[in-house]
Design a protein around this ligand. Sequence first.
Ligand code: UT7
Length: 346
Amino acid sequence: MSRAAVLCGLGGALPERIVSNEELAAQLDTSDRWIRTRTGIGQRHVVAPGQSTSDLAVQAGAQALASARGTADRPDPGVGPVDLVVLATSTPDRPCPATAPDVAHRLGLGNVASFDVSAVCTGFVYALATAASMITAGVAGRALVIGADTFSTILDPADRTTRAIFGDGAGAVVLRAGEAGEPGALLGFDLGSDGSGADLITVRAGGSRQRSVPGPAAAGEEFFTMDGRPVFTRAVLDMSRSSQSLLERVGWSAAEVDKVVAHQANIRILNAVGEQLGLEEKQIVANLDRVGNTVAASIPLALRDAVAGGELQPGHRVLLTGFGGGLTWGSAALVWPELETGRPHR
Ligand code: UT7
């Protein structure tokens, strides 16, 4: 058997404060009806003043580590200390340094390798592929992979579209060295990007392009912006194509997949991807009604909710697929392992 990266822990965290559609409708020209019918979202969680991405990442990471320890009570040849932390985020605590070393430090993981990955909503799949590759290459033995974002901190308070969609959160998994063929072994990845679409999902100010020009940024350029319609079309196309190409490589038909856990951007996108792949509704995992689009946290939080709700079971064939700014997209496949998991949410 060849060496593989095996998923052995899962956790997630959401900030306490919930913003309902009704609360948004009291502040902006929108309605619960518009948000629900156009996106499928009913509420989202947002951080309190002073709370940051690393705070959520630490909570989710601690829960994933506890889950991995629970799983490790059973005989497990790959058990060892975490020696790698990969954090997917595009809302780091600070532009520099990366947020992952602080998260590793606060989790008491010692002087482990740690770094951030920036691929917006595809960040978790990119981080998973990076950590899994480092494990199979023998560079790491056990990795904590976190997706965490606090988009409420970069949204334009007056933008009804982005405020309706995005929420804050963190999700995490633990990967350990194991053998191909074990439940939980990552079976393959499909990753891609198209930088010609960089302006479709962006924060214009705060980077070297804007800061190389003397003087403050133009008004509003510090906020996140998204051109929703073309992004919608590309999200459907690229997640469908990426999923299809990974399924071919792994040798599964779409009908053989038990659960597709796609980036939770919009229920209409999930349904359209399902249609493209010929999936039935019961194959598609959706938790966006409760959390909105949590960016890099979206896929691991959906996994966690699906496990907690009993929808995702050991032995299920699982396809993960994401799409986001960059533009970027990516998919991963695995057979779901038996895991100890904590409570759903917080
Ligand atoms: O996570 C990374 C990837 N992101 C995504 O995948 C998001 C992809 N895009 C989408 O999910 C959708 O395009 C949105 C949810 C962002 C927008 O939905 P849409 O059905 O594409 O709406 P639209 O942008 O075409 O706008 C339709 C109308 C517009 O009004 P007019 O111009 O027709 O009068 C918007 O101004 O809906 C209006 N609108 C709203 N109305 C009430 C936009 N946002 C809102 C709102 N409440 N919150």
